[in-house]
Design a protein around this ligand. Structure first.
Ligand code: ZN
Length: 173
């Protein structure tokens, strides 16, 4: 599992893989937003997530399916992690994997992100009510855990947040 790359090495702790390109992040967010819109069209809270391997290959994508599966854990990020791990045939993702989500992951998903050893995380909208990647708590960067995730900035926070706001506005009628 080489982390060799001709990209710019990140300045974090040594041994960490190379940061994903801005193009990969932007493409991932565009797809995640598409999935989130699809979730809304199925009356699910609009959240989408995409996972890429270290070479930029797409490992999995998912949207919220809480109603569809009658499963409170069927969050986009959790479903994408399960599918990505099944795809690589291991309970941990390869070093350098990236998860892109339209919404700040909750405690459950943040825990799963750490368990799967995701190295890079990008989320669109912050979630002050349940976000566990810096808002309510910060599971992915908790120094007490044996794996920490690098958060990368997103330019799509407003679009992701507006999708959620519109969904809840419509729901309230
Ligand atoms: Zn979640």
């Amino acid at each position: 599992m080489s982390s060799e790359s001709d990209g710019t090495p990140i300045s974090g702790p040594s041994g960490l893989p190379t940061e994903p390109t801005a193009g990969l992040v932007a493409g991932g967010m565009a797809l995640a937003l598409e999935l989130a819109r699809d979730a809304a069209s199925h009356d699910e809270v609009p959240v989408g997530a995409v996972i890429f391997g270290p070479s930029g290959e797409r490992l999995a994508s998912a949207r919220n399916e809480i109603l569809g599966r009658s499963d409170p854990t069927a969050h986009a990020e959790r479903l994408a992690l399960t599918a990505a791990c099944a795809r690589v045939g291991a309970p941990r993702l390869p070093a350098g994997s990236l998860l892109v989500s339209t919404l700040e992951p909750c405690a459950m998903c943040a825990g799963a992100i750490v368990l799967a050893r995701v190295d890079f995380l990008v989320f669109g909208a912050s979630d002050p009510k349940t976000g566990a990647c810096g808002s309510l708590r910060d599971i992915v960067r908790d120094p007490r855990l044996n794996h920490r995730v690098r958060l990368l900035p997103s330019r799509e926070g407003d679009a992701c947040g507006e999708l959620l706001s519109a969904f809840f506005r419509a729901r309230r009628g």
